[in-house]
Design a protein around this ligand. Structure first.
Ligand code: 5GP
Ligand code: MG
Ligand code: MG
Length: 182
């Protein structure tokens, strides 16, 4: 029987490496936000596994909220325009916001979300992404907290999907190109 693993070319980050990366980010956040409270905005759906692991390593109070944003079109590349599919449940006015993303690729999603959040008058906004793919950047966006700099490959697992699948792989792997070119 064919399994998800058969579609993975190689493992880029093991569960153990991901745990260490998450811990490293949490340590920085704990240092920077000591004595404050955080309003953590997870970007659905890709960030949810990272979000769940990260918040459990944070030692200051964290309020949860989520947004769903979609760059138009499905597939392995994003087209540019960003649409909000699910907005926040509460106001972020006066709050210390951290936007939590799975991966920054072109930067279009985060740069749009950052502007959108800033217009709502939070006390501060920072960006946090588990993965950063700098080679593909189209717009300049400063990511304050990054787990790993990744090569220009299509990655899946630990929340990241291809065609809604592979999110539940516990590690991050490079998807075999034949899976998305067929
Ligand atoms: P950006 O707006 O920075 O181009 O794209 C961000 C979104 O594109 C990510 O949140 C993610 O959903 C998707 N994306 C970018 N690179 C990858 C990748 O290597 N694998 C997967 N599964 N999604 C990606
Ligand atoms: Mg995402
Ligand atoms: Mg996706």
């Amino acid at each position: 029987m064919k399994t998800m693993k058969d579609d993975i070319q190689s493992v880029l980050y093991t569960e153990e490496q991901l745990r260490e990366g998450v811990k490293r980010i949490a340590d920085e956040i704990n240092r920077d936000y000591a004595g404050k409270e955080i309003y953590a905005i997870g970007i659905l759906k890709g960030a949810i596994i990272f979000y769940a692991d990260l918040v459990r390593e944070i030692n200051v109070p964290v309020s949860f909220d989520f947004m769903a944003a979609s760059s138009y079109g499905k597939g392995s590349t994003s087209s540019g325009a960003v649409k909000i599919l699910k907005d926040l449940d509460f106001s972020i006015e006066g709050k210390h916001v951290i936007i939590i993303e799975d991966i920054v690729d072109s930067g279009l999603t985060l740069s749009y979300l950052l502007k959108n959040m800033e217009s709502r008058h939070p006390a501060s906004v920072k960006l946090c992404a588990l993965l950063n793919k700098p080679e593909r950047r189209e717009v300049d966006v400063k990511v304050d907290y990054v787990g790993f700099e990744v090569p220009n490959e299509f990655l899946v697992g630990y929340g990241l999907d291809y065609d809604s699948k592979y999110r539940n792989l516990p590690y991050i792997g490079i998807l075999k190109p034949e899976v998305y070119t067929k």
